[in-house]
Design a protein around this ligand. Sequence first.
Ligand code: PLP
Length: 371
Amino acid sequence: MNQHTPITIPSHLLPGDGRFGSGPSRVEPLFVNDLAESGSGFLGTSHRKAGVRNVVRSIQDGISALYELPDGYEVMLGVGGATAFWDAAAFGLVANRAAHFVCGEFSEKFAAVTSGAPHLDDPVIISAPYGSAPDPRDVMDVDVACYIHNETSTGVKAPFGRNGDALVLVDGTSGAGAIPFDVSTIDAYYFSPQKAFGSDGGLWLSMMSPAAIERIETIATSKRWIPPFLSLSVALDNSRKNQTYNTPALGTLFLLERQISSGLANGGLDVLAQRSLDSSQHLYDWAGSRPFTTPFVSSPPLRSPTVVTIDLDESVPARDVIGVLEANGIVDIGGYRKLGRNQLRIATFPNIPTSDVEALTACIDFAVEAL
Ligand SMILES: *Cc1c(COP(=O)(O)O)cnc(C)c1O
């Protein structure tokens, strides 16, 4: 791109909101207004008192309702995001050995945690090349099977399934609140709320089956040393009181509560999921119809409805396209940095209306033409 002649995209082509990042992702401005309007009634009050605890309870009840959780399942939460949950799971859910189904940065990071844990046997790691996903299969002698629902780094929606008696742990960070699944197939479905759930960071939440809760309680009474901050049994006690072990970000709780209650009021998970399906379909169709684009994920069933990765032809450097868009207020559509491809990665989470995604492709077309 010639630095001296900035390309201006005509305003009628621009999306209503320029945020298309995969996380932190677009937060609904109305909810931010609600937070501002809560004035002295929420931020700056104790997380041990009713005002905040009622918000936590509403989040827990809302997730239960959104996913129609069976009896005995509980919604737990703690501070530190999905990354902290990996550490907590290595202490509190893996008895001896885990299996990891790995297909990108995030699933790899969890595998690295149990690989390094001195109190665990080496995990079994089943990996697939980036852009695809391993098929679920039974692995012998493991007590936990770790899957990812949606690999945010590559835009792959991965399958998961039961593995004998092993607990099934699924990272739902970029799928939660956007991709329905059969809850009876999981024991722990955990996520950070700043991606598909369009809130802010710093928290982890997890839907836990009775078997997962039993495992947490069994390990907690064993001799294993568990740092209190990473103790799932401590988190369980606090979650049952609509609290966290240490201080959470209250703004995150507020935004998540608004996101969940508005999702429920507007038709629930199926409606949220449909918006992502429509937006992602538009992008895959668009990428299939332009000479300079190819969907990175070649197998259609593995293509994510919430994070769309599109390779660009060498003649169209992603850096230049991204530069034009950024100069026009459209942000965070670069590919995952460690993938290092000539690629765009576009979030199609439910908070992003399909009309904005349509505007985005019009803007990309305009930028490519102008370059
Ligand atoms: C972003 C992400 C994480 C890490 O979330 P943090 O809140 O940064 O800990 C884990 N898993 C997936 C799938 C993610 O997209």
